[in-house]
Design a protein around this ligand. Structure first.
Ligand code: FAD
Ligand code: NAG
Ligand code: NAG
Ligand code: NAG
Ligand code: NAG
Length: 623
């Protein structure tokens, strides 16, 4: 008897331990999660009505769904086209592979005339998350908010209420920071739902780069703190070395608890229902398991479908540029410049540095059984599996030709513990739509030699090239056409060139020399006619190894209703339409000095307060 109770106690203790939870969680996540989701997702009730309909469970949409459903008097429904995460999404090192799965919409740009020469048919890959958690479930997990001047600029350009001092509280509200050395920083919160932490696995490259950058004159900084300019190890949206997506942070903890929050996965919205006479949005039409349904909204419809799909849905609903809508036979309800402007952070893959280190570049074969055991069985956060797709350090850099104030960086240097070659020509090459012949010439030699190397990606924060998105027909299941027009403004090339030079200077410092760092000087295919390392060589390389970091913004630009380039007002309401808002990165008016995931969370938090303020204040008026 005593033995049995002792054994039961042991079992109970084991079940409550972290290790057991990790193991059980892993078994569940091993693909089972999505199968259960398929059967478990409730059947929608045709014509059901909710207070708020949120379209798209991405970074902003999940945040908003959580915050709005805090009020038990409100019924909230979240409609997401994709399913739920499985184990692959949880392992940070596999970030690059997720683009090859069903959790990516898999868009491509139209063939580019001035960029992406190294890609099949000059088409740049434009991945986007199609899953509960959205792009935050397939991205590289870099946590980066942006510069004070970005937000002050939004406010000055007509977005009242969005200055840095007004948005900082919303960044803080989400954040649960576990960052060593920043325990007392006023720029970090330690009790929000979204985990932000240091990456537990760091290579010799990262230490050499952080030191070398300082030797080259870049101060050590917290790029989410007082001053952005300088170098730092990356801050990641992971928890104990596993991806912490919008789903994990904002939906999973409340999903079973809040009966006023309904979630439908595999539910693709086809259009917003807008009364053409009164211009009031009153519901949505969507497909769920191949059947069509309508949901009605008592209070509001909110589009959080991301920078490509929110503008697409507006246009499908009769809100957009008249020429495009007329051409494809969609009656115009409200003429607005939807999709007419799109900015993105186009980058350059490289320079690549060879080193004399051992075992620092992560090739698939460098992941040991012990790494896997430690990660899966013991929840260890210090193995290679916790590296966020290989990203290690960020440097926020001023360039010599800068026209901006000294505290506003121009380019970013992003170091990666390997590069194109380090997954043996699989996920990264496929995900980037990179040509096989280019891979074979440039990267295969590194792969075959198991050569130690790291890559510095160079990103232009403030591109001047302006792209566009439009529809080729009225089929909601077809892609929108996306033409980012990368590098149509020559200045963008020059900024990247100056960034490359900054990286090379860091490569020449004593810290970098101590690991034997030297430029990989195999010419980029198509650029052999230029002298390696000359300005024209790098310009050619930039147009060939063009690689977007997927920060498309401004397709439903926010600003004053009198500004003819904008689609939503500072309350995020669509101009001229009632009961319809857009809440995601498509509203960002200018390319920010940031990767766009943290801003998406902030936009979700701030929108929740705007909506709450309005409907709770009007409580008595509604009755
Ligand atoms: C590969 C990659 C790596 C990145 N790495 C980083 C990084 O390291 N750090 C960083 O800060 N940023 C990164 N980004 C960018 C960042 O993740 C995104 O900008 C941000 O997550 C976008 O948030 P969002 O809420 O605007 O849209 P999303 O998160 O894209 O959410 C949109 C959601 O709407 C759903 N949806 C779309 N259409 C419909 C429809 N018709 N019906 C129903 N649902 C629909 C989608 O499936 C998706 O879930 C990366 C992006 C990519 C693609
Ligand atoms: C919910 O409704 C009740 C009754 O109408 C009201 O007293 C309460 O304040 C409301 N709660 C919130 C959070 O609005
Ligand atoms: C930290 O986050 C919690 C939870 O979201 C929030 O209540 C609190 O106000 C935040 N603190 C700061 C300083 O913003
Ligand atoms: C690195 O290795 C190369 C090739 O073996 C050698 O020529 C070079 O001297 C080494 N550099 C350092 C700094 O060790
Ligand atoms: C409006 C609505 O559906 N409210 C429900 C929200 O969930 C709580 C329980 O969590 C219910 O009591 C409410 O009726």
């Amino acid at each position: 008897m005593e033995f049995v109770s002792l054994a039961l106690t042991f079992v109970a203790l084991w079940l409550s331990s972290t290790a057991a939870n990790t193991i059980l969680d892993n078994i569940f996540q091993l693909g089972l999660a999505n199968v259960i989701e398929q059967f478990n997702t409730p059947t929608p009730q045709h014509n059901a009505a909710y207070d708020f309909i949120i379209v798209g469970g991405g970074a902003a949409g999940c945040t908003l769904a959580n915050r709005l459903s805090e009020n038990p008097n409100w019924s909230v429904v979240l409609l997401e086209a994709g399913g739920v995460e499985n184990i692959a999404h949880r392992i940070p090192i596999t970030a690059g592979f997720l683009q090859g799965t069903h959790s990516n919409w898999g868009y491509k740009s139209v063939p580019q005339k001035l960029a992406c020469f190294g890609m099949n048919n000059n088409e740049c890959a434009l991945p986007r998350g199609k899953i509960l958690g959205g792009t935050s479930s397939i991205n590289y997990m870099i946590y980066n908010r942006g510069n004070r001047r970005d937000y002050d600029g939004w406010a000055a350009a007509g977005s009242k209420g969005w200055s840095y001092d007004e948005v900082l509280p919303y960044f803080l509200k989400s954040e649960n920071a576990q960052l060593s050395g920043l325990e007392w920083s006023p720029y970090h919160n330690h009790s929000g739902p979204l985990n932000v932490e240091d990456v537990g696995y760091r290579t010799q490259f990262s230490h050499a780069f952080v030191l070398g950058a300082q030797q080259a004159g870049h101060p050590h900084t917290d790029y989410n703190g007082e001053s952005q300019v300088g170098v730092s190890y990356v801050q990641a949206t992971t928890q104990n070395g596993r991806r912490h997506s919008a789903y994990r942070a904002f939906i999973r903890p409340v999903r079973r608890l809040r009966r006023n929050l309904s979630i439908f996965t595999f539910a693709q919205v086809l259009r917003v229902l807008v009364d053409p006479q009164t211009k009031v949005a009153y519901g949505v039409e969507f497909l769920h398991q191949k059947k069509q349904y309508i949901f009605k909204a008592h209070k509001e419809v909110i589009l959080s479908a991301g920078a490509f799909n929110s503008p697409q849905l507006l246009m499908l609903s009769g809100i957009g540029p008249a020429d495009n809508l007329n051409a494809i036979g969609i009656p115009v309800i409200q003429e607005l410049p939807v999709g007419k402007r799109m900015y993105d952070h186009m980058s350059h893959i490289g320079p690549v540095f060879l080193t004399n280190t051992t075992g620092q570049t992560t090739y698939p074969t460098s992941i040991t059984l012990s790494d896997i055991k430690r990660f899966f069985l013991f929840g260890d956060r210090n193995t290679r599996l916790s590296s966020i797709g290989g990203v290690e350090c960020l440097a926020f850099v001023k360039i010599p030709s800068s026209q901006r104030p000294p505290d506003w960086p121009d380019v970013e240097l992003i170091t990666v513990l390997g590069g194109m070659a380090s997954d043996d020509g699989t996920g990264l090459k496929e995900g980037g739509n990179i040509r096989q012949d280019l891979y074979d010439q440039l990267y295969l030699p590194l792969q075959l030699a198991r050569q130690e190397h790291f890559t510095v990606l160079i990103m232009d924060f403030h591109p001047r090239s302006v792209g566009r998105l439009w529809l080729h027909n009225r089929d909601p299941l077809r892609w929108p056409i996306i033409d980012p027009k990368y590098f149509s403004n020559e200045e963008d090339i020059e900024h990247l060139l100056e960034g490359i030079k900054a990286a090379i200077r860091i490569g020449e410092t004593p810290a970098m020399k101590s690991i034997g760092a030297r430029l990989y000087d195999k010419p980029v295919p198509g650029c052999e006619n230029y002298l390696f390392g000359s300005d024209d060589y790098w310009r050619c390389s930039i147009r060939t190894l063009s690689y977007t970091l997927h920060h498309q913004v401004a397709t439903c630009r926010m600003g004053s209703p009198t500004d003819k380039t904008t689609v939503v007002d500072p309350q995020l309401k669509v101009h001229g339409i009632r009961k319809l808002r857009v809440v995601d990165t498509s509203i960002i008016p200018f390319p920010p000095t940031a990767h766009t995931n943290a801003p998406a969370f902030m936009i979700g938090e701030k929108a929740a307060d705007l909506i709450r303020g309005e409907w709770e204040a009007n409580f008595w008026l509604q009755k």
